[in-house]
Design a protein around this ligand. Structure first.
Ligand code: AHR
Length: 502
């Protein structure tokens, strides 16, 4: 059969009556580390009088970044690392800024960290964003007491040494931080621990991570690197009862670690390699979930994918330790693939955090002095925000395959107002894909309105620059119609689409 006839074989079934679990809004979460220009030169201009005068900010935090992230309904922000978390001592980042000790950021370029952005500044940022903080504690080089006191400092309302110190530093009310990570990548940069050793340590740290008042902590254990299912097994067996979430990190690296591949100069082969690697997130979640099912069949312990995204070569001429990369339509398709996978695993996956929000790895925002641009990845967050806290509808996708990978991926949900949203990706670089979407359990009268929004371009390397910030942006999508009780959709090559049925 020729390719032209194959392209009409796409079919998607959405089971509209079988909505079971909620797609947690935290799946659309973010991660910001003390790395390169994410915090300093990104969110924070508070310690640079010249930048602070030129860039509108509120208590040192850039207003344009806050406004952009509020538009995509950012649900949470993970901080201070990453690798940085396991050498961070939080008490160095409180009190008068001029008195805070300096340290070396050994992981990221060996630069001086002056601790001017600390706990108060981060929690002010989360307040301005209207999102939940997710703080990652130091297990690699810290102590049980240090983490326990950080929680007391943030959450205790009564009289205590840490709550009194917080008040002395200008904050009367506790912040009531719920999400706490107990270490980061402790199998590697976070201490090179074995799973057994970390599991024992996790239990110690978790024991002294106290609930204060009505703030119930959501404790997240450090999970596996990529495909290490043994780590998950040991953690679930030895410490599963004491955790709420278990993390997973997985990066999409088109090439090898030493030569990952350019962010903006790549060919069709590299495009598909990238998609294939991104799609492995599905295998990863299925297999880690299967191990967790053995110990926790009711899905009480959830998966927290607290680092994901593309990891590419840094932009030429930039500090290799700062991980600054551009962001193209390819990154947008990777994002759509991930979101469909996360939505479809919503029973087990509770949170995911793209690495990282501003100026580092697969960012949603890039800055250059006072200028700010939104990347193609940002626009995919915008297309998918409709799924936050909506009820997942199971989907079945029958699609043409390209080199072993389906051309189409999809996920669907129903929101509180009864609107159904179906999000779709077409990774095919050349062909438009026609797809029939059957909404099983729903009678579609011709009066039903189907509207859509799309992110696409004819050029696979299309990206936004400080001179041309709107090269890749969301547009209205019109090739969707109700026909014969189904939806008929024509998806352009290299596109991410969300269709709304109201
Ligand atoms: O996101 C960059 C780094 O990747 C993080 O610091 C670390 O956790 C991971 O290896």
């Amino acid at each position: 059969m020729g390719r032209d006839s194959l392209k009409y074989m796409n079919r998607i079934v959405v089971k509209t009556q079988d909505g079971d679990v909620k797609i947690s809004r935290h799946i659309y979460g973010h991660f910001s580390e003390h790395l390169g220009r994410c915090i300093y030169g990104g969110f924070w201009v508070g310690n640079d009088p010249e930048a602070a005068a030129a860039i509108p900010n509120t208590r040192g935090i850039r207003n344009d970044i806050v406004a952009a992230l509020r538009r995509i309904k950012i649900p949470n922000l993970r901080w201070p690392g990453g690798c940085f978390a396991d050498e961070y001592h939080w008490k160095d980042g409180i009190g008068p800024r001029q008195d805070r000790p300096k340290m070396i950021n050994t992981n990221w370029g060996g630069v001086t960290e002056d601790n001017s952005f600390g706990t108060h500044e981060f929690l002010d940022l989360c307040g301005q964003l209207g999102c939940e903080p997710y703080i990652c504690g130091n297990v690699g080089s810290g102590t049980v007491q240090e983490l326990s006191q950080w929680i007391e400092y943030c959450n205790f309302d009564g009289v205590s040494p840490m709550a009194d110190l917080r008040r002395k530093n200008g904050r009367a009310e506790p912040w009531k931080v719920t999400f706490w990570g107990i270490g980061n990548e402790n199998w590697g940069g976070g201490g090179n621990m074995t799973a057994e050793f970390y599991a024992d340590n996790y239990r110690r740290y978790a024991t002294f991570a106290q609930n204060y008042g009505d703030t119930r902590l959501y404790k997240i254990a450090c999970g596996a690197c990529d495909f290490n299912y043994d780590w998950t097994r040991v953690l679930m067996e030895k410490a599963g009862g004491q955790m709420d979430g278990l993390s997973i990190h997985y990066y999409t690296i088109p090439g090898e670690w030493a030569k990952k591949g350019s962010a903006t100069a790549f060919n069709e082969v590299e495009w598909y390699t990238t998609m294939r690697k991104a799609a492995r997130m599905d295998e990863l979640l299925s297999k880690h979930s299967a191990v967790m099912d053995e110990f926790d069949p009711k899905c009480r312990v959830r998966i927290i994918v607290d680092e994901w995204g593309t990891w590419l070569d840094v932009e030429p001429g930039t500090n290799p330790g700062f991980l600054y990369q551009q962001n193209t339509l390819r990154d947008a398709l990777v994002t759509g693939l991930h979101f469909n996978i996360f939505n479809n695993h919503a029973g087990r996956v509770y949170m995911a955090n793209i690495a990282q929000t501003v100026n580092v790895l697969q960012s949603v925002i890039l800055t250059e002095g006072p200028k700010m641009i939104l990347t193609p990845t940002y626009h995919v967050f915008d297309l998918y925000k409709v799924h936050e806290d909506a009820v997942k509808l199971p989907v079945y996708v029958e699609s043409e395959t390209l080199g072993g990978l389906p051309a189409l991926s999809a996920s669907a949900s129903e929101d509180g107002e009864g609107r159904i949203h179906v999000s779709l990706t077409n990774i095919d670089v050349k062909q438009e894909q026609e797809v029939k979407i059957e909404l099983r359990g729903l009678t579609l009268s011709p009066s039903v309105k189907a509207t859509g929004r799309i992110l696409s371009s004819e050029n696979m390397t299309a990206h936004n620059t400080f001179d041309k910030p709107d090269t890749v942006k969301v547009k209205d999508f019109n090739t969707v119609s109700v026909s014969g009780g189904s939806l008929a959709v024509r998806l352009p090559p290299m596109s991410v689409v969300t269709v709304e049925l109201a």
